[in-house]
Design a protein around this ligand. Structure first.
Ligand SMILES: Cc1ncc(COP(=O)(O)O)c(C=O)c1O
Length: 441
């Protein structure tokens, strides 16, 4: 994508206070959460300074809060391309929203029903469904990955799908190895069998456009702290499902959407920040207007949001493949998941890197000392670590590029990895204790 060369990363970095600070480090920890621009901080502060009041009242601050909540749902609806903002439920985390929804859904299941969870997913999209299945006496089936690509394939889904399947829960992108399943195709297959489709887009949302209509799924969950906003999440679901499913709610809570699904007062100040985060993405689109032509179906702010995400994706793709191609020249390191460029569209810029005999925590500590912030291990994608046999080994570091990362930062990381001096220490491999050989970099 030639257009990506015009991405002015310095301009965008300058909108983030962290990157202007003297203490700045190289942020490759984006998979755990991103930095936020000034406008997000200002929106949260403005809410407290000028609007702070509980919703539903007739006095001005309360009315402003109601308006803010409506506007936040509207911009989220544009971000994921759905028509009805009242299908958007805000909550404090994806995990929490998924526990809520799975418990409600379990009330409609019976013994003999089946629930599918994936080996690729973060546990936030696994354990809630397993617990709900247990409550209902339903059976859990595991959607396996392709071992080489760490991809969720249609073939593997078909092996476990049946007319007993009530729901298929899987991710739009892995937060460990970056694999990006074909959501649209998997959803088609699941729906042909009559199952509902619940997509965890938490690790996907910072990197590419979400289009709920194109995906054809029933639910999409996201967390705004992963895409330049505050620690807040949302769950979108189809109106007929949100209306018919039996929500756990208190008696005074109305049965109308979205109130039926909101448990108590909302974090209005964070909603202000979430709205500002998506406005920031629209600003990325404004500044990269060449991408607008890809989306004739959109106009106005929604067009800018989707153009912004397309510009982000193009810039990140270039960083990703520069890093992967360079890493291929360093056989002392292994990368997990998709590393072939022809499959570029099947990954986001989250790259799992391991080194034989090395603890990823040691590697991350070494990198932190060099001013490179990075996550090690992947304790929350526990099914995947188990499946890849990484639970008892050193695990991997997770290089998470975000659009504010630069080519120079990729070079700095490569140089640091080249300079890494491996430790020689006992390493536990699949339950057995062995001594890792010392290797020089
Ligand atoms: C893919 C994925 N799903 C779910 C979660 C959990 O999100 P939350 O912290 O909003 O519960 C994470 C957090 O890292 C994640 O990466």
């Amino acid at each position: 994508m030639g257009i990506s060369n015009t991405f002015d990363v310095d301009y965008f970095r300058n909108l983030f206070p962290y990157f202007r600070s003297a203490a700045k480090t190289i942020c490759l920890d984006g998979v755990g959460g991103t930095q936020v621009p000034d406008t997000v901080i200002e929106a949260i502060s403005d809410y407290f300074a000028n609007k702070n009041g509980n919703k539903g009242g007739i006095f001005p601050r309360s009315v402003k809060t109601d308006v803010l909540m409506d506007q936040t749902r509207e911009i989220i609806a544009e971000f994921i391309n759905v028509k009805d903002p009242n299908e958007v439920i805000l909550g404090n985390s994806f995990t929490n929203l998924t526990f809520n929804m799975s418990r409600a859904m379990a009330k409609t299941w019976k013994p003999g029903d089946e629930v599918i969870v994936s080996r690729l997913d973060h546990d936030a999209n696994v354990s809630p469904w397993v617990a709900a299945a247990e409550d209902a006496g339903a059976t859990v089936r595991h959607f396996d990955i392709d071992e080489v690509t760490c991809q969720l394939t249609e073939e593997n889904l078909r092996k476990i799908l049946s007319d007993k399947t009530k729901i298929v829960a899987f991710c739009a992108a892995s937060s460990s190895v970056g694999t990006r399943p074909d959501v649209k195709r998997l959803a088609q297959v699941a729906k042909e069998a009559g199952a509902l489709v619940y997509v965890d887009a938490v690790a996907y949302a910072p990197h590419a456009r979400i289009d709920a209509q194109e995906w054809g799924v029933d639910f999409i969950g996201c967390s705004t702290y992963k895409f330049f906003g505050p620690h807040l999440s949302f769950l979108w679901g189809k109106r007929e499902l949100l209306e018919s499913l039996p929500a756990y709610k208190i008696r005074p809570a109305p049965n109308t959407l979205p109130l039926k699904w909101l448990n108590g007062a909302q974090t209005y100040e964070l909603a202000a920040g979430a709205k500002a985060a998506i406005e920031y993405i629209a600003h990325v689109g404004e500044k990269n207007s060449a991408f607008r032509s890809q989306f004739p179906q959109f106009t106005g702010r929604q067009l800018d949001i989707h153009a912004g995400m397309a510009a982000i994706e193009a810039h990140e793709e270039q960083l990703t493949w520069k890093f992967i191609d360079e890493m291929k020249k360093r056989p002392q390191y292994a990368m997990w998941g998709i590393t072939e460029k022809e499959l570029a569209g099947q990954r986001v810029p989250t790259i799992a890197v391991s080194r034989d005999g090395e603890q990823s925590t040691d590697m991350a500590k070494y990198l932190a000392e060099k001013g490179i912030d990075i996550w090690s291990r992947s304790v929350y994608s526990i099914s995947l670590s188990e499946r890849l046999g990484l639970e008892n080994t050193g695990g991997f570091i997770r290089v998470g590029f975000i659009h504010y990362n630069t080519n120079e930062e990729v070079d700095t990381l490569l140089k640091a990895l080249d300079d890494y001096k491996p430790a020689s220490r006992p390493t536990v491999v699949r339950g057995a204790s062995v001594t890792a050989p010392t290797k020089e970099a």
